[in-house]
Design a protein around this ligand. Structure first.
Ligand code: EPU
Length: 421
């Protein structure tokens, strides 16, 4: 059943939100647990549709997985029963691609279709496949189906990624952790979620060094155990609440947030006129006066300004008194939410991968549609600042990355309704 969010904007936000485990850590950790020979418990996992899709993929492999209030429990499986990943599940999200390497490593074979995911522009998987080929996998296409074989197991290698792709770095960590021999990855992604994956694999007996730098070394081990693990807090959820407070005004505390993980977003909001208090596991953000434009900002790989936060920051700056221009250098279609911003009366111009934000009149509520996860969250942020009621259609995109958003907003004083259609 489709859901529409109805948000009455124009009220400042006051209160505290808990930052859950990072979606983009949890998904690779679930893929990693396919390799584990003992029970795995992932804690503080938020209820997200992307997590449900991963669990459905794992069940289709014959794994016993449970998703309770405290997290996800995965029982070890003696044999992965079916190395054919269902097309319908693969196409529901990009992170489904992360199951290729662990299933290949366990079965010597995996068959799947291309992954789906937000339509942010072209999202090929050539680096994932090229890296796996370097490790000895045989890659073949049968129509739309992709077949990977490594009957004698994956082999350690030296490999340079042509671009520091987050997903491809994760695939190659998952492929190399139990491969025969040593692997050195050059040009690896440095995002905190990569470090989290390496920490989890090492806790299970993996031998990975250098995660968080451009060169990662992996000594293949024969077996991974399991154990309990709490993933890192979600830096993009942290950025979302910070931008929401900036847009609506008020004062919001982000409990459990690690400010250094989304420092460029907090710096931009501070430059725009917010007051920010950074503590070890907490951030407080306050906005009392009108925001000002921040000039130009470009997204970049970590530790640069995160692409996922580009539409969120844009939404916060729609009501600013000066000009801002945000350029996404990672994806070509990051600002699909600009259609919704325009419908709400914002003065924005989308030129290629740039979004130019000029001072305009006050935003007003209207009907808009989410077109992707972060763009959908950006429409929520804009709705919080708009006068009157905004209806956000296709809110299933938002549920991929934000658990129980209406309830969280209500706790901050927002009037919001969820209509089922
Ligand atoms: N790319 C290639 N070939 C590849 C892989 C990537 O050309 O084989 C290109 C992509 O087309 C893109 C760029 O490299 O232009 C970056 O892609 P990357 O692989 O780094 O991203 P991803 O692994 O697909 C993850 C997050 C995204 C986040 C990006 C960038 C997950 C599940 N997804 O995607 O998060 O935007 O890294 O930081 O970890 C989200 O949470 O809403 C989201 C989209």
């Amino acid at each position: 059943m489709a859901e529409i969010l109805e948000i009455w904007g124009g009220r400042p936000l006051y209160g505290t939100v808990e930052i859950p485990s990072a979606k983009n850590s949890v998904l690779p950790l679930l893929a990693a647990s396919v390799l584990c020979r003992e029970k795995v418990c992932l804690k503080k996992v938020p209820h997200l549709s992307d997590v449900e899709v991963c669990l459905a993929l794992m069940r289709s492999l014959g794994m016993d997985v449970r998703y309770g209030d405290t997290g996800v429990v995965i029982q070890p499986t003696a044999n992965v029963e079916d190395a054919s990943l269902q097309t319908e599940l693969m196409q529901k999200m990009r992170a489904s691609v992360l199951f290729l390497a662990p299933v290949l490593a366990r079965c010597g074979y995996v068959e799947a279709s291309l992954p789906g995911g937000c339509r942010l522009g072209k999202r090929p998987i050539d680096i994932h496949l090229d890296g796996l080929e370097h490790m000895g996998a045989n890659v073949r296409w049968h129509g739309e189906r992709l077949c990977l074989r490594a009957p004698r197991g994956l082999m350690g290698t030296k490999y340079t990624l042509r671009y520091p792709s987050v997903g491809a770095t994760e695939t190659l960590l998952l492929a190399s952790v139990c491969a025969k021999g040593d692997t050195v990855l050059h040009g690896a992604a440095c995002e905190p979620e990569i470090v989290d994956l390496a920490n989890f694999l090492n806790q299970c007996g993996g031998k990975i060094t250098g995660a968080g730098t451009e060169t990662i070394s992996v000594q293949g081990v024969s077996r991974l155990s399991g154990g309990a693990y709490t993933p890192i807090p979600d830096r993009i959820v942290g950025a979302t609440w910070a931008c929401a407070a900036a847009a609506a005004g008020g004062c919001v505390t982000l409990e459990g947030a690690q400010p250094e993980m989304f420092a460029p977003v907090l710096d931009a909001l501070e430059q725009a006129g917010c007051r920010i208090w950074r503590r070890k596991n907490q951030v407080k953000i306050e906005r009392r006066k009108e925001l000002v434009g921040i000039g130009e900002r470009k997204t970049a790989v970590y530790p640069g300004f995160p692409t996922d936060a580009a539409p969120l920051l844009a939404a916060a700056l729609l009501g600013a008194s000066g000009e801002s221009c945000i350029r996404d250098t990672i994806f070509t279609n990051r600002f699909a939410c600009a259609d919704g911003f325009l419908a709400m009366g914002a003065n924005v111009h989308r030129i290629g991968s740039d979004l130019r934000i000029l001072p305009g009149g006050p935003l007003h509520g209207t009907t808009v549609a989410a077109q992707d996860l972060r763009g959908g969250a950006a429409l929520v942020i804009a709705a919080l600042a708009a006068n009157g009621k905004t209806k956000i259609e296709d809110s299933f995109y938002i549920q991929r990355g934000y658990a129980d958003l209406p309830q969280q907003l209500r706790r901050l004083g927002v009037k919001i309704q969820v209509k089922k259609t």
